[in-house]
Write a protein that binds this ligand. Structure first.
Ligand SMILES: C[S@@+](CC[C@H](N)C(=O)[O-])C[C@H]1O[C@@H](n2cnc3c(N)ncnc32)[C@H](O)[C@@H]1O
Ligand SMILES: [Zn+2]
Length: 282
């Protein structure tokens, strides 16, 4: 089956769970690669099987080139130990949303591991969702859509799990769409994340560590009780992967004038350091 047909089938199978992001109405039908709400707002499914379900796309700081380097680094396995910890915490048996999925490697990996759940990867960046929809289809194919996590195209209490990896969150909206007993799994960078790269960029030692407390405090302020697990490991780099790492993050923009020297010097490994916060929806 073609990608666009698979995506149409995915939406048809979950019709009741989607909601129009324009009027909040239910989705009435999927026909000819078009999803239509009960008030006749319509959204196209592309040849790649991606669904465009947003009023107006927003330009983000991630360029197409950066997203492709990120895809290279992630498909090499940079996030795998963290993703395994996320996967272990998923509530199964329904629709799982990767909110702010970027170029989609995380969604594909989780869908591959948990073949009985249905996965949606949503991101506000059209270039990111274009990349997510490219390449060979892995079964089961996640549905990738351009959408806004602050205005999710799902009805109330329709999702079993939301995964939110290194991306902005909208807790009111997450609470609305999660089933009672559903899980929110949020991954935030911890202080040592990319520390060797930071040390190369800020040679005087300033900003050598990352302070995640504003994000963490906001998360705890909303839910009161959050169950956190640290995940810390080192990932081996080749020169090709080091270039991908350098190019995938806006962190290195301020070292653009020293890029050649930094690439020449390289790194043998990079630290991954995260905190995974889990909340069960009441
Ligand atoms: C640092 S990237 C992380 C992407 C991916 N989760 C990963 O770990 O590779 C943050 C992502 O959040 C997305 N984003 C920012 N605001 C958003 C919004 N309001 N709705 C959906 N996605 C958003 C960006 O487009 C970007 O892809
Ligand atoms: Zn509508």
């Amino acid at each position: 089956m073609k990608k666009a047909e698979l995506a149409s089938q995915f939406v048809s199978q979950h019709l009741q769970q989607f909601q129009c992001p324009v009027c909040g109405g239910g989705i009435a039908a999927v026909a000819d690669q078009t999803v239509q709400c009960e008030n006749e707002h319509s959204f196209d499914i592309s040849k790649k099987g991606t669904l465009f379900m947003i009023n107006a796309p927003v330009k983000t700081e991630y360029t197409d080139e950066m997203l492709r380097y990120r895809q290279q680094m992630l498909t090499a396995g940079f996030f795998e130990p963290m993703l395994q910890a996320v996967s272990d915490r998923i509530k199964h048996g329904g629709l799982v949303l990767d909110a702010g999925c970027g170029e989609g490697t995380t969604t594909k990996w989780l869908a591959q591991q948990n073949q009985n759940d249905a996965y949606v990867g949503l991101d506000i960046s059209k270039p990111a969702i274009n990349i997510a929809g490219s390449g060979t289809v892995s079964a089961p194919q996640p549905l990738f859509m351009v959408g806004d996590l602050a205005q999710l195209p799902f009805g109330d209490q329709q999702l079993t799990t939301i995964v939110n990896i290194l991306s902005p969150a909208n807790y009111q909206e997450f609470d609305r769409v999660l089933q009672p007993g559903g899980k929110l799994i949020k991954v935030i960078p911890n202080s040592q994340y990319l520390k060797e790269l930071r040390a190369l960029i800020y040679p005087a030692g300033e900003h050598a560590t990352y302070d995640n407390s504003p994000v963490k405090d906001h998360f705890i302020a909303h839910y009161g009780q959050v169950d956190f697990t640290p995940v810390h490991y080192q990932f081996d780099l080749t020169p090709v992967l080091f270039k991908a790492l350098f190019e995938m993050t806006p962190l290195t923009w301020r070292a653009a004038d020293r890029k050649a020297a930094i690439l020449e010097r390289g790194l043998t490994h990079i630290t991954a350091d995260f905190e995974i916060g889990v909340v069960t929806n009441q």
